[in-house]
Design a protein around this ligand. Sequence first.
Ligand code: AHR
Length: 500
Amino acid sequence: MAKLVINPDKKLSKINKEIYGHFSEHLGRCIYEGIYVGEDSPIPNKKGMRTDVVEALKKIKVPVLRWPGGCFADEYHWMDGVGPKEGRKKMINTNWGGVVEDNSFGTHEFFELCEQLGCEAYINGNLGSGTVQEMSEWVEYMTFDGISPMADWRAKNGHEKPWKVKFFGVGNENWGCGGNMNPDYYANEYRRYQTYVRNYNEDEPIYKICCGPNVDDYEWTEGVLKTCFSHCEEKYHGFMDGLSLHYYVHPEGWDIKGSATDFDEKTWYKTLFKALYMEELIVRHGNLMDQYDPDKKLGMIVDEWGTWYTVEPGTNPGFLYQQNTIRDALVAGVTLNIFNKHSDRVKMANLAQIVNVLQAVILTEGADMILTPTYHVFDMYKAHQDAMLLDSFVESHEIGADDEYCVPNLSESVSMDAEGAIHLTLANLSATESYPIESIIFDFKVKEAVGEIVTGEMHDKNTFENPECVKVQKFTDVTVTDEGVNFTIPACSVLHLTIR
Ligand code: AHR
């Protein structure tokens, strides 16, 4: 029996609900078709937003949504996407398939979506190809409550009251698609652009996010922090609140990537091995951040993460449409456990991307919609949102198909919610073995334990023909003991226990 130890008296950090955030880009069928179908569509919608998708997303309590990109953000000119739709400019989506972007989904539509979802807005500004004035005026348009050219224009376009922009990204991947800058150049640009991201509402200051590294580019982190911190020193709150990190799991590397559905046991472990690398990235970038910010006020914002496979056969390569299996459920489970465990530094994370792109939680085909295995993990893990991380430990050992890609057999994180219930999420990374678990919860008399699980054969997935192959199932085989709870976790599983 593997021992799992929980200490409810040791509350380590708050798990910000934004760790369960999402990302929506003008890419493939994410926004158009996936979310926005327009008011005249035969697909049921409210103000153009698909009702089925919005209802499903409300169920997993999407706390925050990032928009409009990604690479798209640094080529997006927001003024093209406001005002009467017939007058909106059509442009080429150069990053994603060269398709026509008709700008029918713009700022007003995005805030309408956030309102329907009940989530916070995370806007990503254009530093790569936009001007300081353009960025500054966007912020004025969205948030200024008074008489000004931009506030007046917003009112003329149908929204008199300002919106709340909780998070604002000053550029995206400016080391790559956002302008191919070096760290020093970007950091100086950041200093300039962010100056004009004004806080018009003192009570709700905008949380400003600086473009951080790609994967293990520690030089970028170091360079950006050096240039920005030498300027802001103690007063960085309001100057720079977060630093982003992007990391994707490509089982066979960036060039080949690998199939989403056709993989062997070795690739199963290789994928999970690569997913677990997130922890090293957080620790090492976090160590650099500690040198400048030992009190951990600066948030690490993992605003793009997830699996990135070869696109589904027969689909547009620029649309990044991929299927989602139990393997993705495991990637989500272990990654979210890592974020929870590092919630003293990780303040937000945004899965890429919300619908029809990369590790999506929802796939659509015309009027039909399916929920992916990843969706069901987010559904179970929503219990951690804004809960307190508890000190915990699970005994594990290494497993794998060969010596190269060994992973621990188990991954856990535990939190306590505002009502005092304990939430344990545990992933079994083994493709074949189940494991009995004996838990010990210090100074806690268990009255009841309610379980739910996402499990199956490693290739299991939902399709439009069989949409409920993978779903959240009740998990009842739990024994309450004097010390905690005992149970056996099956192979290829992500489990959630609520313990009271
Ligand atoms: O999520 C897809 C793309 O991946 C984003 O547009 C970009 O920021 C990253 O390279």
